[in-house]
Design a protein around this ligand. Sequence first.
Ligand SMILES: [Zn+2]
Length: 104
Amino acid sequence: MRVWSRLEWQQQSRLLDERDRLRRLHEELRVAATSRRDYEPHDVTDDEAALQADAIEGRLTTTDEALKRIDSGGYGTCLVCRSRIADERLEALPATALCRSCAG
Ligand SMILES: [Zn+2]
């Protein structure tokens, strides 16, 4: 068994919280979009809710992938150049898979 670093434990709990929060948000948006559609079929905000839901799905995927990288031991390593991602960057963006220079 690999021993997790303190950073990995800390980031895992942050990522799990973030995933819960995103799931709730996603569910709320989905319900909002569906209930409005019943009586306002052409409401523009339906599209906005759908776009927001898409964006949240993307973040959920990123968050899940980061959690998998913690499990497999690749967390904190840039997927492009394989260099170590700075701790400060991981603190600010726990789900990031890219170092600062590769993220542009
Ligand atoms: Zn990189």
